[in-house]
Write a protein that binds this ligand. Sequence first.
Ligand SMILES: [Zn+2]
Length: 280
Amino acid sequence: MTGCDDFELLPRPERLDGDVIWLVFHQGQVLLTEQMGLPTENIHRFCSEASVIEHYLGKVGGAHCVTVELPADANLPDGHRGYDIRQLLGIFDERRFMLASRAAQVLAWYRNHRFCSRCGTQTSPHISDRAMVCSVCEYRQYPRITPCVIMLVLRDGKALLAHSARFNSQMFSCLAGFMEAGETAEQAVHREVLEETGIRIHNLRYHGSQSWPFPHSLMLGFSAEFLSGDISLDDDELTAADWFSPDNLPMIPPPGSIARSLIDDWLSKEQLPEQDWPKQ
Ligand SMILES: [Zn+2]
């Protein structure tokens, strides 16, 4: 993934001069206009009336970005409706998806850390850091970010793709899994591939990362080459896995996901003679 180079992670200024982009959530969904745009007008007045907490996210393209979560019983502004963020994958460009992802995770952090997890006292926001602070034991709770590895394993011009027991479609995707405490990303890639398919790999290459707000993952993408082994499924995780060639692919993840980016990157290289592969 390319990231969003014009995103500035800044403290909130005293006044929001200039353009403001509102990421407005209601019952877990982000509100969009009828043209699938983010609200820009009148929403500030509406939000103030609803007495919601604003969370400043930074600036993108020179515009301030602010997120709010409306009360469950709020009357939604005319001409807007809510969408699950997952629905917006492939509809939103990378910048807007990143903003929605960031907003959703900040709101979840605020919602889920109202009390100190150490002593149970009610918390309050830190004056400058994005942390909920306990007034008794001073324990700070920051937004939770859960690192995951996702990897495309390649063998003789074919890619290892799997159908997860969690998928509700016939889609096949890259292998993926959560990192364990104390583990490096590379160790996690080796372990997950071995655990889920019985395959040993080598020649890992870092591809890129993506914030994945379901609910607070950071996906670290790798490609790797087959080393040894036969496919032996972890039945709790996968219902099928196989080696697929570019001309015989199953249903794959939608554009906008790092899984699709890994697959597209492989496909683009498969179309080149090997000596012309981009240098890593
Ligand atoms: Zn405490």
